[in-house]
Design a protein. Structure first.
Length: 361
């Protein structure tokens, strides 16, 4: 007997996305929050028995196979000491319970998408949050093709039509170009199609044997920094236009530094920004973290955010929340060591205990 969808042992699921199995629609692939977890957990439920037959850990991305009751999952394995991670793409047979790894590659996150031709699964392995490696998996033959040939590129999968995998690539042109790569071939065999005008390519999909591409003529974004006023910009693929706000240039009397400190909990190196007047030397005579003339402003990039990938994010969640406090204290002690403030006048945050963390969760 599998776990019931609703029962006394769990507090239920908050579903975010649901899709029926292509080969057997009585199986539902659900992505949602389980028992109050902060991270989304995909699972497969049997509508006939109302039981959970498979849960997927360490992954955000799971898709159905075109041709069988198989779900493909991109799982992340991380080595905390070396701060390295790798992605395992697994084919999980929901009926038999068997699973096999069809691809292993270094990266921080894996993504999987079905092609509209009903034959392929396209795999994206993020090297970082800007460039990725791409592979195609032929479900009929089990063949894996390394599309990018070990080179991480700034590219996005659109869809597959007429035996070609289509991508939007922004490696050579900031507005993007369409690359049509024949099935079984690599990036160097791509046919290149350029958009008309100054439109920027954003996404694409195939319907009825035709590829439709979403385009924008302008991209709007906000820019600001510690020492520059916020402005609203419009980018047309060639240049920027300031729509709102005034850019007066950097304030010459203020400087910004990014430094690193060891967290007092586990010694993990944590970055922080120091914003100060150039004449405010770290000699222990200036207030820190106070909005006052002559003072020093420090922004601590403690764990819990997504600056350095999913592992960095998860190390500041739930039972690991105490790392945020340790990071904060570590940065404070580094500032004291650098002469930023006298230790007797520093106020540390209260570090939560294991019991208090359990009570809050």
């Amino acid at each position: 007997m599998g776990e019931r969808l609703c029962g006394s042992k769990n507090r239920g699921w908050a579903a975010e996305a649901v899709s029926a199995g292509r080969a057997d629609p009585d199986y539902l692939l659900v992505t949602g929050l389980y028992n109050g977890n902060a991270r989304l957990t995909p699972f497969v439920a049997d509508c006939r028995t109302k039981e959970i037959v498979r849960k997927f850990e360490n992954t955000f991305y799971v898709v159905w196979s075109h041709q069988a009751s198989v779900a493909y999952a991109a799982e992340t394995e991380a080595d905390v000491k070396s701060q390295q991670s790798r992605i395992l793409i697994k084919a999980c047979d929901i009926v038999s319970g068997e699973e096999k790894t069809i691809l292993t590659a270094e990266g921080i996150i894996g993504d999987i998408k079905n092609s509209s031709d009903g034959k392929h699964v396209i795999i994206e392995i993020y090297k970082d949050y800007t460039v990725s490696y791409f592979y195609s998996y032929d479900e009929r033959t089990g063949k894996i093709t390394d599309i990018t040939q070990g080179k991480a590129v700034q590219m996005k999968y659109a869809d597959s039509i007429d035996g070609k995998h289509c991508f939007i690539c922004k490696e050579k042109k900031s507005t993007g170009e369409i690359l049509a790569i024949p099935d079984g071939e690599a990036l160097d065999c791509a046919e290149v199609y350029l958009p008309a005008g100054k439109a920027t390519l954003e996404d694409g999909f195939a319907i009825g044997g035709k590829l439709f591409v979403l385009m924008t003529e302008k991209v709007f974004l906000k820019y600001e920094s510690f020492i520059e006023n916020p402005v609203l910009l419009a980018f047309d693929g060639e240049g920027f236009e300031i729509l709102e706000g005034k850019q007066d240039g950097q304030t010459s009397e203020i400087m910004v530094e990014q430094l690193w400190a060891a967290s007092v909990g586990d010694g993990r190196k944590v970055p922080y920004f120091v914003v100060r007047r150039k004449d405010a030397e770290p000699d222990g005579n200036h207030p820190v973290w106070i909005y006052a003339y002559g003072g020093i402003y420090v922004l601590a990039n403690i764990r819990g955010g997504a600056e350095f990938g999913s592992e960095w994010h998860e190390e500041g969640m739930k039972m690991q929340k105490k790392n945020c406090y340790y990071d904060f204290i570590g940065i404070t002690e580094q500032l004291i060591a650098d002469g930023g403030r006298d230790k007797s006048e520093s106020r540390y945050p209260a570090v939560p205990t294991e019991d208090s963390l359990c009570q809050r969760s």
